[in-house]
Design a protein around this ligand. Structure first.
Ligand code: LIP
Length: 320
């Protein structure tokens, strides 16, 4: 099946806008009725009627336009419709990424629409309707952002990439996620402590400049693509949380890798991005580092690889 990726992107933007309208409408209805949210896995993993209605809308629009394409969505998966990622053209959707934010009325909420060909993310659209931020990317064609303040698409990253000589200058995205079991919370806490801690008193401390938790994996990827976050690490996300973000980040010159073991073996290869196993999309472990500028001491690409190594030296992983 041949796929016109430019057409897919245009259509994905239309779908994202329709989904955005549904999300805003859902939010207004919630505020008027003070509706609650249902728990999925536990009290830190929520779903609302708007997650479900938005996914139904998106799924219907895609099925009408591309009846032969496969569909993987967070809420369809939760309802037992479990499709694996194969080589077929596939839409991978999170109707609301940032459901906790949605429930609380915190603005970092988006629809994330990814599209894969040969199991590789090829098109990504992320639309944050409360902020009016629209991120778009197509493999090989760069990634772009439009906002209410700048309605003309701007190429990402938004400014020429600066150097990043050490983690001390890095603003990181780190999330608590929804798995709060003892082993996971302890490994995460120790990892956070090393990334953020002062080496004078924290063993292995890298003392990063700061950390943010936007509460949306897709928006964390997008902010690294913009260049305003330096890196984002999380374990536990699903393909629908990251598919669109992977395209947007890679097209903005970021490096996206999976687990530490995968990243370390891939980094040994000369053109490693071509060799990064396609399990990155579904591997549940993600590290993304922004495009970095060249310095007199090292190329931007070497600085990205060094940053990945430094972060993975500080991080303790676990099996999901
Ligand atoms: C969320 C992610 C977030 C992660 C949460 C959750 P949801 O997605 O985007 O980064 O920390 O565990 O997976 O549930 O809002 O679609």
């Amino acid at each position: 099946m041949t796929v016109d990726l430019a057409e897919v992107l245009e259509f994905a933007i239309e779908v994202a806008k329709a989904a955005g309208t549904e999300i805003v409408k859902g939010s207004e209805a919630r505020l008027a009725s003070s509706a609650g949210a249902d728990e999925k896995k536990n009290t830190a993993d929520l779903v609302t009627e708007t997650d479900q209605s938005t996914e139904r809308l998106v799924r219907k629009l895609i099925a009408e336009k591309y009846p032969d394409h496969k569909f993987i969505g967070e809420e369809s998966y939760a309802a037992g419709d479990i499709e694996p990622v194969t080589g077929a053209p596939t839409w991978i959707i999170d109707p609301i990424d940032g459901t906790t934010n949605f429930v609380k009325g915190f603005q970092f909420v988006c629809i994330s629409i990814g599209f894969t060909v040969d199991a590789e993310p090829a098109v990504g659209v992320i639309y944050a309707p409360f902020m009016g931020y629209l991120y778009t990317a197509r493999k090989g064609n760069g990634s772009y952002l439009t906002t209410p303040l700048h309605p003309e698409p701007r190429k990402l990253p938004l400014a020429p990439p600066t150097t990043l000589p050490s983690l001390r200058g890095a603003l990181l995205a780190l999330e608590w996620g929804s798995d709060r079991s003892k082993d996971v919370v302890e490994k995460k806490s120790r990892s956070f402590a090393r990334l953020m801690g002062d080496p004078e008193s924290v063993e292995g401390g890298l003392m990063a400049l700061g950390a943010r938790s936007l509460g949306s994996s897709a928006l964390n990827f997008s902010h690294v693509a913009m260049g305003c976050l330096d890196a984002y690490w999380e374990i536990g996300c699903w393909a629908w949380d990251v598919c669109a973000g992977i395209v947007i980040a890679r097209e903005a010159g970021c490096i996206v890798v999976g687990s530490s073991a995968e990243a370390r073996s891939a980094l040994m290869l000369p053109n490693f991005e071509e060799h990064v196993p396609s399990t990155v999309l579904t591997g549940r472990k993600y590290l993304v580092v922004r495009k970095i500028g060249d310095s007199a001491e090292e190329s931007g690409r070497d600085a990205q690889i060094r940053t990945i190594r430094q972060m993975y030296d500080a991080i303790e992983e676990w099996d999901v």
